[in-house]
Each structure stands twice: as structure tokens, then as C-alpha cells.
Write a protein that binds this ligand. Structure first.
Ligand SMILES: Nc1ncnc2c1ncn2[C@@H]1O[C@H](COP(=O)(O)OP(=O)(O)OP(=O)(O)O)[C@@H](O)[C@H]1O
Length: 296
């Protein structure tokens, strides 16, 4: 169980605001932290890792108190059992892939390093240096290194955002597979709705430092406050369905807009259809305006 309470005054471009988050997350849960740029997502991860200090807070992980401002407890980062993966890999350039992964393991275990490399289909690259790897491969190594130490908590800060679409999809599947296999509670920051739908057990949506929604992907994505008021028309380029929800990618002029609809709505839509997307009492309504398929 992870119990977290954080308060910290942040300096945003529009003035100061308060990061104010309180939550409980159960063991082995995948929490996705979602929200606009500047909301305080990275700062929250940094506070959990001990890289920044909150003005006021409490953090308990698996029965161990890492921070308690009232009792003056604040474990330094190296005493907090976390694995951290950033957007920019941060591997040791002078170490091989295998050495990078073994670094920080509580009990050196070459067999485990090999098992992880096998799982990520990276065995053939184990003696390479990071400079000889692609971006996707480097990020895989960063993830393996964070997992290898079997931390009590895994923190991932937009680990897929610097990768091309195909690599990001493959790595996303691996993150899920690792998390399921090793059952490490994971907090991941992402801007991607696909990450929300494919990875998260629960989603924390924060805006301006405040919790706007906290629940299952479905509860959060379809929550009534989710969409600002708007109305636009565009052409459906792609629909991707996961469980009960589908993401529509719609070209509106030169912009690409993504909206989430339920599967039933999506079933009636085809790529190439012209759509009207509007909100009615803050719940998006998607209607077909025209279908080229009717004319062929
Ligand atoms: N130690 C700090 N003290 C005060 N303000 C800070 C501190 N660290 C970050 N900030 C400010 O807090 C705001 C939130 O930053 P943060 O990086 O957490 O946002 P974010 O939600 O991760 O954004 P993005 O999605 O763009 O990465 C920013 O305006 C930043 O300048």
C-alpha cells in the first residue's frame, strides 16, 4: 500500500499555484498520471523519489515512512527503494547494456539480468554500449535497469514520448508485461490517451496541481468535467478500440484531434467519414455528417 499526501507551492507561468494531492494506491497497481503541461505531474514524481521536498507531506510505501513533514522524516533518494525512468534514458555511457541493468541490483544476479534481457528480446545486445543503441533500445535498457532492482515503487516519467509510434507501441506492451510479472506498483506520467486505456488500473488527472479526477480509465475519461465546450467538424483518420472505449483521430483543418467515445458510437463510424464533434452539457457528442462509403 502507498499512502501519499503532498502540498507544495509551485511557480507556474501564470503565477504561483498549490500542488495538492492526496491518494492511496494498492500493491501492484498501475497508476497513470495524466493532465495538461505544467500541472505538476513531474514534480509529484520527483517529490516521491526524494529529489524535491514538499512544503508539507506524508509518504508511506509498503509500511515504511519515506517522508513525514510533521515528524521531520525525509529519506534521501538513495534510501528510497524506487526505480525511476525518465524521458531521456539516463544510462551510464561507459557501461555495457548488461552492466547498466545489473547496476543497483540489491543482490547481483547475472541469471536475472539474462532473464530480463530475454524477456525484452535484447540478449544479443548485452555487451553493447548505450551509444550503439537506438532510442527505443536505450529506453528498454532504462526500464530493465529500473525493474532489475525490484523496487518497491516504479516511477516512469513519459518514458514513451521520445520514441516513434511503432517503438512506443512495442515498449508499452513490454511495460505492461513487466509490471504484471513483477507486480511492482507503478506511477507513470503520460499525455497519451492510449497509455491511459492500455496501461492504467487507475488514472489520476491533475490540473493546476489539483486532483480533477481519480478512478478507472473509463471513469476518468468519461467524467463530466473532462471536455471543455467545443464544436468542430473533421474527417475520421483512425479509430483504435480498447475494451469498451475507442479513440478517434480526427483531422480538423491541419490539426489532429483525438476524442474518446464508447464502442457502440465507434461501430457506426468508418475511416473517411466527416464527423461533427461537439459537447452537450460537457459530454462530447459525435455525429456522422457524411460518409463516402454511402456513395460507392
Ligand atoms: N521546485 C519547484 N519550485 C517551484 N516551482 C516549480 C518547481 N519545480 C517545478 N516548478 C514549476 O511547477 C510547474 C509544474 O511543473 P511540472 O514539471 O511538474 O509540470 P508537468 O505537469 O510535469 O508538465 P509537463 O507535462 O509539461 O512535463 C511548472 O510551471 C514549473 O516551473
Amino acid at each position: 500500500m502507498i499512502r501519499l499526501y503532498v502540498r507544495k507551492r509551485l511557480h507556474g507561468p501564470g503565477g504561483d499555484f498549490l500542488l495538492d494531492v492526496e491518494l492511496e494506491v494498492s500493491d501492484a497497481e498501475f497508476l497513470l498520471i495524466f493532465g495538461p503541461s505544467g500541472a505538476g505531474k513531474t514534480t509529484l514524481l520527483r517529490i516521491i523519489a526524494g529529489l524535491e521536498k514538499p512544503d508539507e507531506g506524508y509518504l508511506e510505501v509498503d509500511g515504511e515512512v519515506w517522508h513525514d513533514s510533521k515528524r521531520g522524516i525525509n529519506l534521501p533518494p538513495q534510501k528510497r527503494d524506487v526505480g525511476f525512468v525518465f524521458q531521456d534514458y539516463a544510462l551510464f555511457p561507459n557501461m555495457t547494456v548488461a552492466e547498466n541493468i545489473a547496476y543497483g541490483m540489491k543482490r547481483k544476479d547475472p541469471q536475472k539480468v539474462l532473464e530480463l534481457l530475454r524477456l525484452a528480446k535484447m540478449e544479443a545486445l548485452k555487451d553493447r554500449k548505450p551509444s550503439e543503441l537506438s532510442g527505443g533500445q536505450k529506453q528498454r535498457v532504462a526500464l530493465l535497469r529500473a525493474t532489475a532492482r525490484e523496487p518497491k515503487l516504479l516511477l516512469l516519467d513519459e518514458p514513451l514520448s521520445a520514441l516513434d509510434q511503432e517503438t512506443a507501441i512495442a515498449l508499452r506492451d513490454e511495460i505492461k508485461a513487466f509490471q504484471r510479472k513483477y507486480r511492482i506498483p507503478t506511477f507513470m506520467v503520460s499525455h497519451s490517451i492510449e497509455d491511459v486505456l492500455r496501461l492504467a488500473d487507475r488514472v489520476l488527472r491533475i490540473e493546476n496541481g489539483r486532483i480533477k479526477a481519480f478512478g478507472t480509465p473509463r471513469e476518468v475519461l468519461f467524467s463530466r468535467e473532462w471536455s471543455p465546450k467545443f464544436s468542430l467538424t473533421g474527417v475520421l483518420l483512425e479509430k483504435v478500440c480498447v475494451d469498451v472505449a475507442c479513440i478517434l483521430s480526427i483531422a480538423v483543418g491541419s490539426e489532429l484531434v483525438q476524442v474518446v467515445v464508447d464502442k457502440k458510437t465507434a461501430q457506426e463510424l468508418s475511416v473517411g467519414d466527416t464527423l461533427l464533434v461537439s459537447t452537450k452539457a460537457f459530454v462530447p457528442v459525435v455525429k456522422k455528417l457524411h460518409s463516402p462509403h454511402l456513395n460507392t
